[in-house]
Design a protein around this ligand. Structure first.
Ligand SMILES: NC(=O)c1ccc[n+]([C@@H]2O[C@H](COP(=O)([O-])OP(=O)(O)OC[C@H]3O[C@@H](n4cnc5c(N)ncnc54)[C@H](O)[C@@H]3O)[C@@H](O)[C@H]2O)c1
Length: 637
């Protein structure tokens, strides 16, 4: 029999925050260490953030009792005691120190304290009906279940592990009404409720502080790992980027986002002011691969600028953002400022059409992006597919380092980054450098145990194999390494399980029509195409880059300034890394991340991204007079 904790959703009673995930977590949920906690502590858990029960504690105890056989702290059900691997990415912050192994009952160990805290968050985060949060001075609200729900399948073993609410098309009215309560001029703007800019500075400061607590960041990293399997470092980096982002918008930094300007007019009393104006009711749709970073950064950006968002995260991973919203509420986020829905794409599409948000930010596949762009008649900004290229220039150097960056770019998170290296153009000078052999060796270090390779959530093994086979029909193509399914695993068939794979395709063949479409198809998994070019073939490489449709990230790996200048000057990708340490992946909070070459292109992370995506320009021309004393009526014009 499964041990379960059931969870209800928050409803903003007065303002329609409605129908949230009804999450039901089985005993395999990794973050619960109830068995190791003394009874007294179980009754009164130490929480990373404050939670208050609206009713008696009885239900909590009941819930606790169902957790007593819960176990591991590792994301892997099969190998619960796996330690986080050693740091593999110098560009990422070092991992938290791994706690020493201790007795199961030694509640004083640092590791256990983290487990206990993490468990407390999960347990209370998935509180039964009757629980309600009381965020500082805000309206009361609670989480409630929708009529229907879906079981999520554990990507690691196929077991049912999370039961998520599925709001149906017939249940969207409260969301529509809630959005309709927000005027087009937003919840705040430079001329209305400016104190809310400061409030958001405060909320960011508190949330940054909370997320910076090792027990909280560890909790979120493990929760991310559990639903979107990736190595501990990759998951933790996502939390740390989110934390730094929040730090960046503390204090006055939110109001500085809305900095306006004034231009003197033509006569006394006239001046024009340019303002960053909100859109008011807005929608945010995000995918599965960054369960915390993408929705959090976009939601906060929307809120900072005065909008009221309804957020939909891919249901497979929405528990992570649900937990984050609870944290934000406790840091002062007014419950009525945002809505959170769990539904499938069809229902969300319906909601968009009925609620008519003034702006929608979509992050996900190009297929859905194009449909929504048409349905919403262009009132949308897009962060869509990435077919990301890397060009190795003629100057061969730092081969070990570059092999490692290639491995990280193509295969970290099992290739499920929109910025993942999809194609590598290698100058012929690299052929004898041993680069490909080194990349092969590095790819073979990846293993399921520490999730350096793991389940692919949107492409099956069969689909990846078929894609590889169609590439192999192209003359001169061959498998460089990988090309086989993972072995000895229990990943269910609905997900993919493939060894890190590289397929070589000759450049001239890539450019042939028919072949080009196959080669440049985004495979959201551990898969890349490799090719070579001679000195006089750079034009062909640039032609290939020009013909691609997705212009998200790119890397030009060279320290030859003329080569860099040439390639950068004749390409467009929105986030392009240049220089010998260039990579294709990496969306930290300190630089813009987003596609270019598309007027609908959005961005994430920086003040510029927030202003571009979440505000429109409004100009107010003040003309207060006085009217000149000698003014006379002019003739008609
Ligand atoms: N450019 C970026 O910043 C970025 C970041 C992450 C992922 N991606 C892209 O996302 C894709 C992988 O994610 P995915 O497969 O989950 O994408 P997806 O397009 O299938 O789903 C993304 C989100 O859209 C929702 N959705 C689906 N159909 C919808 C509809 N008709 N109306 C409203 N919402 C709908 C899904 O439920 C999900 O929440 C890849 O193509 C990847 O490159 C891009």
């Amino acid at each position: 029999m499964e041990d379960k904790v059931s969870c209800q959703s928050l409803v903003g009673r007065s303002l329609g925050i409605r129908a949230q995930p009804d999450v039901l977590i089985t005993a395999r949920q990794p973050l619960m260490a109830e068995h190791a906690r003394p009874h007294a502590e179980r009754q009164s858990p130490k929480l990373p953030w404050k939670v208050k029960s609206a009713r008696s504690d009885t239900r909590v105890h009941d819930t606790t009792s169902t957790l007593q056989r819960t176990s591991p702290t590792s994301p892997l059900p099969q190998k619960p005691r796996t330690q986080p691997p050693a740091a593999v990415d110098a560009d990422e912050p070092p991992p938290l120190p791994a706690a020493p192994r201790r007795s199961r009952h030694s509640i004083r160990s640092a590791r256990l304290r983290v487990q206990v805290a993490a468990h407390a968050v999960v347990r209370n985060g998935v509180a039964p009906r009757g629980f309600r949060f009381q965020p500082c001075g805000s309206a009361e609200f609670r989480w409630t279940a929708s009529a229907n729900s879906n079981w999520l399948v554990d990507p690691l073993n196929g077991d049912k592990f999370i039961k998520v609410a599925e709001v149906q098309g017939t249940e969207i009215k409260p969301f529509v009404e809630s959005l309709s309560k927000c005027p087009k001029h937003g919840l705040h703007n430079p001329l209305k409720a400016p104190e809310r800019y400061l409030m958001y500075g405060d909320i960011s400061a508190k949330a940054a502080h909370m997320l910076g607590q090792p027990m909280v960041s560890d909790f979120f990293a493990k929760l991310i790992q559990r639903v979107s399997p990736k190595s501990y470092q990759q998951a933790l980096a996502e939390v740390q980027v989110s934390q730094k982002f929040l730090e960046n918008f503390c204090g006055d930094q939110v109001r500085f986002l809305a900095r306006s300007f004034a231009v003197p007019g033509n006569h006394l009393g006239q001046r024009s002011n340019g303002y960053h104006w909100p859109y008011g009711p807005v929608a945010i749709i995000t995918p599965f691969n960054f369960p915390l970073e993408i929705p959090l950064l976009q939601v906060m950006g929307a809120l900072y600028m005065g909008n009221k968002p309804v957020l939909k995260v891919d249901s497979k991973v929405s528990i992570v953002m649900e937990q984050m919203i609870r944290l934000l509420h406790d840091c002062g986020l007014p419950a009525e400022d945002m809505d959170f829905i769990n539904s499938d794409g069809v229902t969300m599409n319906k909601l968009l059409l009925e609620a008519n948000p003034k702006m929608t930010l979509f992050t996900g596949s190009s297929r859905v992006a194009e449909k929504l762009a048409s349905d919403l008649k262009g009132r949308i900004k897009l962060e869509d597919a990435g077919f990301d290229w890397k060009i190795l220039g003629p100057d061969v150097q730092e081969v070990d380092y570059i092999a490692w960056v290639c491995d990280q770019d193509a295969y970290a998170c099992s290739g499920q980054k929109c910025s993942a290296q999809s194609v590598l153009f290698m100058h012929k000078n690299w052929s004898s450098s041993g680069l490909l052999e080194k990349m092969k060796k590095l790819s073979e270090r990846r293993k399921l145990e520490d999730l350096t390779i793991g389940p692919v959530l949107t492409v099956t093994t069969k689909a990846m194999t078929e894609h590889m086979n169609s590439l192999l029909k192209i003359p001169g193509s061959k498998v460089l390494f990988g090309g086989e399914p993972l072995e000895n695993h229990s990943i269910p068939e609905i997900y993919g399980a493939m060894k890190p794979t590289a397929v070589f395709v000759p450049l001239e063949e890539i450019l042939k029509s028919g072949n080009f479409e196959i080669v440049t198809k985004e495979i959201f998994g551990p898969f890349q195409v490799v090719t070579e070019y001679y000195e006089d073939q750079l034009e062909l490489v640039l032609e290939a880059c020009e013909r691609m449709n997705a212009h998200l990230t790119a890397a030009v790996v060279s320290n030859d300034p003329l080569f860099l200048q040439d390639v950068l000057g004749r390409s467009v990708n929105g986030t392009t890394y240049a220089g010998i340490r260039a990579r294709t992946t990496g969306a930290p909070q300190n630089h813009w991340f987003g596609p270019a070459g598309d007027p609908r292109g959005a961005g994430i992370g920086t003040p510029e991204a927030i202003k571009l995506v979440w505000s429109c320009h409004r100009e107010i021309i003040y003309d207060i007079g006085p009217v000149p004393k000698n003014w006379t009526l002019p003739s008609a014009t």
